[in-house]
Design a protein around this ligand. Structure first.
Ligand SMILES: *Cc1c(COP(=O)(O)O)cnc(C)c1O
Length: 464
């Protein structure tokens, strides 16, 4: 059987998949009993499965396909680069034109104080790079006691040892006895789930001050960095109250620690700005990037490094002993360049800010009127619906967290759209090229899916 083959019936493909393919973040026993969905084609915002069903890709793959599927231009750039120079490394005093061109491009797109990029192949590797960079930075500054990195509960920074440790997913920490030493976590700014006894503004300040308290308890002389996503993605599109980032900014300005903005989801236009930290007026020292960098056409990640950190690390007179065989991979760099060119030429960042962003947000927030929805929130093109059993007491969750989300996710797929479930909230993050008509379809389908889910929950006695 060849990889591109779609001549086998779905059932046969599912059996083969079940026999040999271990999926990420999956309970393989129940997945194999149910059978995987098999996606065979994609074009624009539309996926096609092995039964020929068309599905709107409400998650842009996995938060990454900014420019939509099937862009010939990226495929052509990749083909051309493969024929010219499919691979060479960037170790040992060597470089190549795609890595040079992409670095120049990223330095231009990044805020003024950021002009250097270190490459890898994923967001997880970017955060492993961050982990070693911040500790080594302070070593080279003659402050070897500054080693603690502060992350947040329910943050997500990838699945490798450092990524899992910096992230705050307890179910991930449990497997592999993590986090590694020297990582602390503070509470997340999740007003709907954890802060509703205060106003959102007061809660935003209180959540930010957890950082201040934690740094001061540990001692500023022992803290290396704070890492956070501008908006938490995998944690359930946690949009912080408006007071949160300005207060974090004040706290960081008064203390000498590094700020790492994990831009793996929020970067490259998702919030209607090139970077999520710029959207929130923050000035990070380091920015891990991946996902939207190539729109997922090929795997590539990196760390954008501020002048301050770059000078500290690069002028120390010794090697930074870190790198990957595929750092700056020429074909991935060519894909990234073609992708960024599309984002710029089609004005996708501005489009999210001024056009499709406001258009979808307004309609999405109206879904908040549905009897099953406790809150509907969206910034840029990242949104969540909190499903609740009783709209009059919206902060009380369903028993057996996650089951209702899964019911709703399956109903959405049935109705022709990918929405992801995180606990019992429904998440979307569509491609930035989503048209108004497609946005209307998205909203109609989400609305129908909420109705269908409501029916099932009533039938099965979930609503009491
Ligand atoms: C997806 C993600 C990562 C990890 O990226 P991978 O490419 O899956 O390793 C890191 N940080 C954030 C914020 C992410 O969403």
């Amino acid at each position: 059987m060849t990889a591109h083959s779609n001549i086998y019936p779905t059932k046969v493909l599912q059996e083969l998949d079940a026999a040999h393919h271990w999926h990420p973040f999956s309970d393989m026993k129940s997945l194999n009993e149910e059978g995987s969905r098999i996606i065979t084609h994609a074009d624009g915002v539309w996926l096609t499965d092995s039964d020929g069903k068309k599905i709107l890709d409400g998650m842009a793959g996995l938060w990454c396909v900014q420019v939509g599927h099937g862009r010939r231009e990226i495929a052509d750039a990749v083909f051309k680069q493969m024929n010219e120079l499919a691979y060479y490394n960037t170790f040992f005093k060597t470089t190549h034109p795609p890595a040079i061109a992409l670095s120049e491009k990223l330095a231009k797109l990044a805020p003024e104080h950021i002009n250097t990029v270190f490459y890898c192949s994923s967001g997880s590797e970017a955060n492993d790079t961050v982990f070693r960079m911040v500790r080594t930075y302070w070593d080279m500054k003659g402050k070897p006691d500054k080693k603690v990195i502060i992350g947040r509960w329910n943050g997500y920074h990838g699945s490798t040892l450092a990524g899992t440790s910096l992230g705050g997913m307890k179910a991930m920490h449990k497997q592999g006895d993590l986090p590694v030493q020297g990582v602390h976590h503070i509470d997340q700014p999740y007003w709907f789930g954890e802060g509703h006894d205060m106003s959102p503004d007061d809660f935003g300040i209180a959540a930010a001050r957890k950082l201040e308290q934690t740094i001061d308890e540990i001692g500023e002389d022992k803290v290396a960095a704070f890492i956070a996503e501008p908006i938490q993605g995998a944690g359930g599109v946690i949009i912080p109250p408006e007071t949160y980032w300005p207060e974090i900014r004040r706290i960081l300005a008064e203390r000498d620690i590094l700020f790492v903005s994990d831009e793996v989801i929020c970067g490259f236009g998702r919030l209607g700005d090139w970077f999520g930290s710029s959207y929130y007026g923050m000035e990070p020292d380091l920015m891990p990037i991946a996902k939207g960098l190539t729109s997922g056409y090929l795997p590539m990640g990196g760390v954008l490094v501020s002048d301050r950190v770059a000078e500290g690390l690069m002028n120390a007179g010794e090697d930074f002993n870190h790198g990957y065989t595929y750092s700056g991979h020429p074909v991935c760099a060519a894909a990234a360049l073609a992708n960024l060119e599309i984002i710029e030429r089609e004005g996708l960042v501005e489009r999210v800010r001024d056009d499709i962003g406001p258009y979808l947000q307004e309609r999405w927030r109206k879904l908040g009127e549905h009897p099953l929805v406790g809150e509907a929130r969206m910034t840029g093109l990242m949104g969540a619906l909190e499903l609740v059993p009783n709209k009059d007491a919206p902060h009380k969750p369903f028993k057996d967290v996650g089951t209702v989300g899964t019911i709703c996710r399956d109903a959405s797929f049935q109705n022709g759209m990918v929405m992801r479930a995180v606990r019992d909230s429904m998440i979307i993050s569509p491609p930035l090229v989503l048209s108004h008509e497609e946005a209307d379809f998205l909203i109609e389908t989400a609305s129908k899916t909420l109705d269908d889910t409501h029916q099932i929950l009533k039938r099965d006695g979930w609503l009491g």
